[in-house]
Design a protein around this ligand. Structure first.
Ligand SMILES: Nc1ncnc2c1ncn2[C@@H]1O[C@H](COP(=O)(O)OP(=O)(O)O)[C@@H](O)[C@H]1O
Ligand SMILES: [Mg+2]
Length: 333
C-alpha cells in the first residue's frame, strides 16, 4: 500500500510524520499540477486535506477526489465524508432524510415564499450562508424587519461569503497575544480589499437559509468521529454573542462533555459511513441538537484533548492522534 499525500498546511504534515514513524510507504504529490492523475498512478490511496476557504481548492477538490475514488483507489476524504462539506444546504437534506436531531432548518428558493414564512414565524432566528466556518457567515436575526432585509438581499445583489475571521475576533486574539500586530493589520486589509476567495466564490444568492434559534447556549460541543474512535471539545461562546465556533475559548475536560453527544455521533456515523465527521451541537434544554457537520478541522486545536471514547463509549485516557487513525483506516478498511 502506497499513499499519495498532498503536502499542505493541515493534516498532511501529521500524516507524513505518522507514515515515517511506521515505515508506511508514501509519496508527495501536487494536486494543482495538470498531471496529478499521472502522479497518482503508482499509488493505492490518495489523501488531501483541502481547505474550504482556499479559492483553488474550492474549484476542484471534490471533483478530483471523487474521480480518483471512482478509479478504485482509496481516497481521503471520500464521497460519503465530503460531499456535504461546507454546504449547510446539503446538510439540511441529509440530516433530515435520516431523522438526525438537526436544529430545525428552513430554506427557500423564492423571495415570495421566504417573505411569507418570515411574516408568520417567531423570532429570533439564525441566518446562515451555506458555506463558511468560524461563525463568519452566521448571524442572529432578532426581528421580522431584519429577516426581510436579508431575504431581499438574497434575491437581489446577494451576500458576500466571508472566509476571513471578523476584525473583532482578530482584535481579541491580538489582545491575548495569539497573533501579531502585522497579522491584525493583514486581517483589517482583507476586510477592505476582497480576497481571492471572495472573488472566485462569488456572491451567495438565489436561496435563503434560516435556523430556529436555540437560546441559552453558553457553549457548543464538537464531537469528532473517526472509525471506532471519538474525541471532543467544548467551545465557549464569544462575549455578548451566541456563537461559539471560532471563539478560541475551548475546554478539553472530558466531564464537561455530555456523552449523549458522543452516542449520537457514533449512531449518526453508522448511517453516514464517513471516514471523519465533526458534529457541532447546541442544547435545547438538555437535548443535543446538531447545528452542522464537517470533515475538516484545525488540527492544532485538538492537540490538548485528553483521550478518546471507543464506540462502546469507553474512555481511553491519553494522547490522541486522529491523523494516525485516518492513515490506519485507509490501510485497513
Ligand atoms: N440555530 C442555532 N441556535 C443557537 N446557536 C447556534 C445556532 N446555529 C449556530 N449556533 C452557534 O453559532 C456557531 C456557528 O454556527 P455554525 O453553523 O456551526 O457555523 P460555522 O460553520 O461558521 O461554524 C455555533 O458554534 C453555535 O455556537
Ligand atoms: Mg460550526
Amino acid at each position: 500500500m502506497k499513499i499519495a499525500i498532498h503536502n499542505n498546511k493541515g493534516f498532511a504534515e501529521r500524516w507524513i510524520a505518522y507514515c515515517k514513524e511506521r515505515n508506511i510507504s508514501y509519496k508527495i504529490v501536487n494536486c494543482y499540477d495538470n498531471n496529478i492523475i499521472e502522479q497518482l498512478s503508482d499509488c493505492d490511496a490518495f489523501m488531501w486535506h483541502f481547505h474550504h476557504a482556499s479559492p483553488k481548492d474550492f474549484l476542484f477538490a471534490k471533483q478530483l477526489l471523487y474521480s480518483v475514488q471512482m478509479s478504485g483507489k482509496k481516497v481521503f476524504p471520500d464521497f460519503n465524508t465530503v460531499w456535504h462539506f461546507d454546504d449547510k444546504v446539503g446538510q439540511k437534506y441529509l440530516l433530515e432524510s435520516i431523522n438526525a436531531p438537526l436544529v430545525t432548518t428552513h430554506i427557500f428558493y423564492t423571495k415570495e415564499e421566504a417573505l411569507s414564512w418570515a411574516k408568520n414565524t417567531e423570532y429570533p432566528k439564525v441566518f446562515k450562508l451555506r458555506g463558511g466556518a468560524g461563525s463568519t457567515n452566521v448571524q442572529l436575526v432578532k426581528k421580522q424587519s431584519e429577516a426581510i432585509k436579508l431575504i431581499n438581499q438574497s434575491f437581489s445583489k446577494g451576500h458576500k461569503s466571508d472566509s476571513v475571521v471578523s476584525f473583532k475576533d482578530s482584535f481579541n486574539k491580538y489582545q491575548k497575544h495569539k497573533i501579531t500586530f502585522l497579522e491584525l493589520l493583514k486581517n483589517g486589509v482583507r476586510h477592505i480589499i476582497p480576497t481571492e476567495f471572495t472573488k472566485v466564490y462569488g456572491k451567495q444568492r438565489g436561496y435563503v437559509l434560516f435556523q430556529d434559534f436555540i437560546p441559552n447556549n453558553h457553549f457548543d460541543i464538537r464531537i469528532i468521529v473517526i472509525g471506532e474512535k471519538a474525541f471532543g471539545i467544548k467551545r465557549l461562546v464569544r462575549e455578548n454573542d451566541f456563537r461559539a465556533s471560532g471563539s478560541g475559548n475551548i475546554i478539553y475536560r472530558k466531564d464537561e462533555i455530555d456523552e449523549e453527544c458522543v452516542k449520537i455521533a457514533f449512531e449518526l456515523n453508522q448511517q453516514l459511513k464517513t471516514q471523519c465527521i465533526a458534529i457541532d451541537y447546541v442544547f435545547k434544554n438538555t437535548q443535543p441538537l446538531i447545528v452542522e457537520i464537517s470533515y475538516g478541522f484545525l488540527a492544532c486545536v485538538y492537540d490538548s484533548c485528553e483521550g478518546y471514547w471507543d464506540s462502546q463509549l469507553v474512555w481511553h485516557k491519553g494522547h490522541v492522534n486522529p491523523y494516525g487513525w485516518m492513515i490506519d483506516n485507509i490501510i485497513t478498511k
